[in-house]
Write a protein that binds this ligand. Structure first.
Ligand code: MGP
Length: 173
């Protein structure tokens, strides 16, 4: 029996001369506006704060973002004292960085129950706001985001680059 199902996007197209041309949609990754770096912090008391901070990986496409996101533990599975930081490439996730030191942060504090109910979803939504440049022009002001897993309650923050830039900061908030 014939069906009228639409055909899925073809991986290859056959031209009139018989040549087969690959469909770019099938192999070109979708670029993000910025390259991002994901960092991991593990609280080892024998080391300094800076030594405990590790770069995991960088990405600049939608596909590489999801590959990394799906490969790592969700924040709710991390041990106490651990952090993830997602920052624009070139900005270190520390107060001392030139792009952070005149800035500030929007901070969301979560209660203990929210670790199981909300933390992972809020963090994923924060990541999508960053890589998707969701704040229009104010996205320029964004340096990165941090999730802190703490016994007293977890935190998610968005770090911005200039605390004087009120309009952009309010848009981001
Ligand atoms: P924290 O990890 O941001 O918060 O800072 P936590 O653990 O919830 O503690 P609280 O102080 O907010 O209650 C903990 C400590 O890590 C700070 O007091 C600093 O000693 C160190 N630290 C954190 N940050 C983000 C930095 C940083 O950017 N630079 C340096 N040098 N130390 C930092």
């Amino acid at each position: 029996m014939a069906t009228s199902e639409p055909k899925a996007a073809e991986a290859e197209d056959q031209q009139a001369d018989g040549q087969v041309v690959a469909n770019p949609e099938q192999y070109i990754k979708h670029p993000l506006q910025n390259r991002w770096a994901l960092w991991y912090f593990k609280n080892d008391k024998s080391k300094s704060w800076t030594e405990n901070l590790r770069l995991i990986s960088k990405f600049d496409t939608v596909e590489d973002f999801w590959a990394l996101y799906n490969h790592i533990q969700q924040p709710s599975k991390l041990g106490f004292g651990c952090d993830y930081c997602l920052f624009k490439d070139g900005i270190k996730p520390m107060w001392e960085d030139e792009r952070n030191k005149l800035g500030g942060r929007w901070l969301m504090t979560l209660n203990k129950q929210q670790r199981h109910n909300d933390l992972d979803r809020y963090w994923m939504e924060t990541l999508l706001c960053l890589v998707g440049e969701s704040f229009d022009e104010a996205s320029e002001e964004v340096c990165g985001a941090v999730v802190n897993v703490r016994p007293k309650g977890d935190k998610i923050s968005i770090w911005t680059s200039n605390c004087q830039n009120r309009e952009a900061i309010m848009t981001i908030g």
